[in-house]
Write a protein that binds this ligand. Structure first.
Ligand SMILES: Nc1ncnc2c1ncn2[C@@H]1O[C@H](COP(=O)(O)OP(=O)(O)O)[C@@H](O)[C@H]1O
Ligand SMILES: [Mg+2]
Length: 318
C-alpha cells in the first residue's frame, strides 16, 4: 500500500440483494474498487447516478457492509472490530442535509451528537463553547445552536450538516454530493467553505459528485467510476485536459467551456444507459462505447497504470 496514505482501500465489493418482478437479483453496487487517499489530499469520485458512489462512501464510514476487500485507516484495517474510534476519524457529509439533521433536535444538539456519544465533552460549558466555535467555523452565528432545521435555508442547513462532521475534528471527510441539492448561487459559497475547512483542519477528503465541473474546482486527483468500478484515475488537470477513457472523455466533453480551442471532442455514446440488472460480461461500458472492439465484449479490462503522471486506466483500446 501507499506509505503516507491516510485511507487505503483494496478490492472493495459491496452488493445488495433486491427483488424485481418476482426474481431475486444480486446488485453489485461496488465491484472491486481500490484507491488510496494521501494526507491532506482531496480525491474526487465522479460518475453518473447509480454507479455506486454513495455506497462506496457509506461502506467507508461503516453504514454499508462490504462483501469483501479491506479498508485501512492509517495502516490499520477497520473492517474488523474497533470501529467506534475510527468513525470519529472519518465523517460523512450527505447530499441532503435534511436527511442528516434530525428535525426534532436543535442544531446545537445535532452538531454535538458525535461528541456526546463518545464522551468527548467534560462539562456543559465546554460542550456549549465547542458548539459555538464549530458553528462560527462554518459561517453560522452561535445563536443557531437553539434553532431547528426547518428554520434554516438550504445553504444554512448544509453548513450545519458540515458542522456536525467536524466536531470533534476528523482526519477524513467524505463529502457525498454536498452541493448538488443547493441553489447554484449557494453552491460556490459552500464549496469555498469546504476548501477553507480542509486547509484549517488539515482534512483529507473524498469528494463525491456526478459533476466533473464541481470536482475539478476542489480535487487534487480524480477517480472516474462506472458501474461500480474505477475506469480512470489521474491528477485533476490530467483528467480535465487529456482524458483517455472514452467514458471520461464523454464526461469532460459535457463540461461547458468558454474557449472553443480547449474543447475536448466527446465520443458520441451509442447504446443505452446501463442497468445493474443486466451487467455486460466484458467491459461494462462496451455497450455504449464508440471504440469498443470484440475483446471488450468478453474481457473485463483491469485498472492499469498508464504513463508517468500516476494515471491509471481500465480500457483495452484507449
Ligand atoms: N440499500 C440498498 N438496497 C438495494 N440497492 C441499493 C441500495 N443502495 C444502493 N443500491 C443500488 O446500488 C446501486 C448504486 O447506488 P448508489 O451507491 O446510491 O449510486 P450513486 O451514489 O452513484 O448514485 C444502484 O443501483 C442502487 O439502486
Ligand atoms: Mg449518490
Amino acid at each position: 500500500m501507499n506509505g503516507n496514505a491516510v485511507l487505503d482501500i483494496r478490492d472493495l465489493r459491496v452488493s445488495f440483494s433486491v427483488r424485481r418482478a418476482g426474481r431475486k437479483y444480486q446488485v453489485r453496487a461496488v465491484d472491486g474498487v481500490s484507491l488510496s487517499l494521501a494526507e491532506g489530499e482531496v480525491l474526487g469520485i465522479v460518475g453518473e447516478s447509480g454507479c455506486g458512489k454513495t455506497t462506496l462512501g457509506r461502506s467507508i464510514v461503516g453504514l454499508a457492509r462490504p462483501d469483501s476487500g479491506t479498508i485501512s485507516f492509517k495502516g490499520t484495517d477497520m473492517t474488523g472490530a474497533s470501529l467506534r474510534n475510527m468513525r470519529l476519524n472519518i465523517r460523512m457529509v450527505f447530499q441532503d442535509p435534511y436527511a442528516s439533521l434530525n428535525p426534532r433536535r436543535s442544531i446545537g444538539d445535532s452538531v454535538a451528537e458525535a461528541g456526546d456519544i463518545n464522551g468527548f465533552f467534560t462539562s456543559r460549558a465546554e460542550r456549549s463553547a465547542a458548539i459555538a466555535t464549530t458553528l462560527t467555523a462554518v459561517g453560522l452565528d452561535p445563536s443557531f445552536a437553539a434553532r431547528y432545521p426547518y428554520e434554516l435555508s438550504g445553504g444554512q442547513r448544509q453548513r450545519a450538516g458540515i458542522a456536525r462532521t467536524i466536531l470533534p475534528s476528523p482526519s477524513i471527510v467524505i463529502a457525498d454530493e454536498p452541493v448538488s441539492a443547493l441553489d447554484v448561487s449557494v453552491q460556490a459559497q459552500v464549496l469555498n467553505l469546504m476548501m477553507d475547512l480542509r486547509e484549517q483542519l488539515r482534512l483529507s477528503m473524498l469528494f463525491i459528485s456526478h459533476d466533473l465541473g464541481v470536482i475539478g474546482q476542489i480535487s487534487n486527483r480524480v477517480a472516474v467510476m462506472y458501474m461500480g468500478r474505477i475506469v480512470e484515475q489521474a491528477a485533476t488537470r490530467t483528467v480535465l485536459d487529456d482524458p483517455r477513457h472514452p467514458y471520461t472523455r464523454s464526461l469532460v466533453a459535457a463540461i461547458p467551456k468558454p474557449d472553443p480551442s480547449k474543447r475536448i471532442l466527446g465520443a458520441i455514446e451509442t447504446g443505452e444507459p446501463p442497468s445493474l440488472f443486466k451487467r455486460p460480461s466484458g467491459c461494462a461500458y462496451a455497450p455504449r462505447c464508440p471504440i469498443a472492439s470484440h475483446r471488450c465484449l468478453v474481457d473485463v479490462p483491469e485498472l492499469r497504470s498508464a504513463g508517468a503522471d500516476g494515471r491509471a486506466i481500465a480500457c483495452h483500446n484507449a
